[in-house]
Design a protein around this ligand. Sequence first.
Ligand SMILES: [Ca+2]
Ligand SMILES: [Ca+2]
Ligand SMILES: [Ca+2]
Length: 682
Amino acid sequence: MNKRAAQSGVLNLRVLIGMFIMLPGVVLALAGFGIAQAQQKQFTVKSTNSIDPLVPPMFDCSKIHDLGIDKQVNLRAGAIMIFCGEAQGGSASPDETSSRFVQKLLQPLVYGTTDVDLITGTETYPHVTQSTTFTASNPDNPLQIVVTYNDARGINVNNSAGVSVSTDGGNTFTRLTINGQSPFPNCGSPIIVYNRPSQTWFIACNDGSCGGIGGYKSTTPCDPKSWIHYCIYTSSGADRESGWADNNPSSPFYGRMYVSWNDFTRGQNIFLRYSTDNGLTWTNERQITATFVRNVQITGDKVTGAVYIAGMDEGGGGCGTTRANKLYRSTDGGNTWTNTYNGPTFIGPCRTASGYFATMYDNPAYWRHMGWGEPAAYNGVVSYVYAAKNGSDPGDVFYIRSTDMGVTFSAPFQLNSNTDPTKAQWEPNLSASDAGTLLATWYDEAPRVAASCQPSSPSTPCYQMHSRKSNDNGVTWLVDDTFSDVASPLPLQPDPSIVATYVSDYDYSSSVLNQHLVAWVDGRVTINGISQMDAFFDRELPGLGTPTPTPTPMSCSVSSAGCGGVVFTPPIDFTVNVSDPVDPATVQASDFTVNNIPSNLPPTLNNGNTTITFHYTTSPVTTRGLQTMHISAGAFNCGGGPVLEFACPFFYYVRRSTPTPRPRWSEPPPPPPPTSPKRLRR
Ligand SMILES: [Ca+2]
Ligand SMILES: [Ca+2]
Ligand SMILES: [Ca+2]
């Protein structure tokens, strides 16, 4: 705790003022209450530490954890972390010679075409970081593609929304610029959706002018002067927004736009607002979670109009800790929401951690990443990709598939074919096309030959974008191959106003017609001899499939002949069948319970590991009536993935012994049957 925290007398007011900094009237009003002098003094002291316009004046650093600032990913939160000494800003370490690394293309391209650098125009060191991309397109004019990203160009004037527009289908892009800056003042962490009925593009961002979520809209996106400001939501705690627009004219919810986010001042919960009038108003608000679940990304089914939010339980953050994927669904245009899926826990991808966030690199901790991926939905099938630690392997990317609109999912299918346990694959994205194809793309260390990656080693290849495509909506997958044209060095983040561990938080890919549009962060371009970040773009066109695609495995499930049945003797052995062979190393006695009492003796596996018998020293069945066998989802692995949940009722009935003849006058009444054994036996 620093000495500022000890001055608690004015702290609360200071926090309030910091939170309301977007509302000058509030600050002026409070200044009239005789505290302005103390605040001014405090501000003067602090202002020598930072001139960062992203940090609210008089911000109370002791409140970072209470406000969830340490869990947020927007650049303003990062600037506060740096200001308060809780994180370091970027810095240059140009100890490498400035040889520009370019690997020749040796093979024909399997996925994608020629990479395009989205960062046109002047770059001024050290404000050269551009990453965390969001891609959208115009279905009525597929030549029009817009990619948004974090752009450090204007971070010192509170303008960090980068937007690049293509009018030739993605062959070339232009970064929107007015007077050397992006034409989006007070806007950061941008996303973009296209509203088809009004032919209008909507950027949504952490918007200082709205004091929450807002942005800019335009019908002529390539004209930097055409963008008009609008607001969605007011709260200083909004973070990690995502968006989706229903552009299917035959959808019952055609034209609706959905934006979701975490609000760290409202329980850290996920909230959503949707517009039913083509973006004129955004008053329909829904609370999606009642606890902190990360708003990973939102998407929708182009055919059915169902909307899905992929969330993540991050297990308290850190490296070596668990994550769990979650899914929330609306089938009525955003009006009501259901938590349809709570996946099994897994270990998040990481090599180490920095504060709350796990990072993909250590020594130094670098590239924060929690395993977030992207959902895609097409014709009732919901797909999701994410990253996980896999034993000692710091990261692999996995695909799961649901054929029941997000209630149950297949066993995870590892998309990356590189199985070197020292090499990471992480931060995947996924999109579904109108042709029912899926394209997954991720960062892949396959080309790394050095023992490790270090930021700004321009001559040391570190990662390359890899992709995998499905031509049948996720039933089978074509080969894993490269998507970006060259291996990239690990780019440095040199901007002192952005946390030093930041590289890229996500890439949101999308599709238009039968194409998949993907952007990412690439370090191939050096400035001042330093490998630095540019957002790049490429697209995947329809192509021939390989003759023998790999099927996505089905989930394995447990069944038992005893479900719904009756026993007359308390059993000590329970046999269940597994739909696919179980991995014996993952089965433990305690995986199985009866009435919440775990089995306590080593289980027995038979029939090619498709039958498991769980044993008890003493029967867990002690009282007559309903009993419940249970195995938690993911308790063990079978069929190459985690088992589905198993819950099975059965009944214990005490057979009445042969009645002893008694005098008639003392015949007791028959016992009240809570469950009639004869009926249950059928
Ligand atoms: Ca750059
Ligand atoms: Ca790996
Ligand atoms: Ca390419």
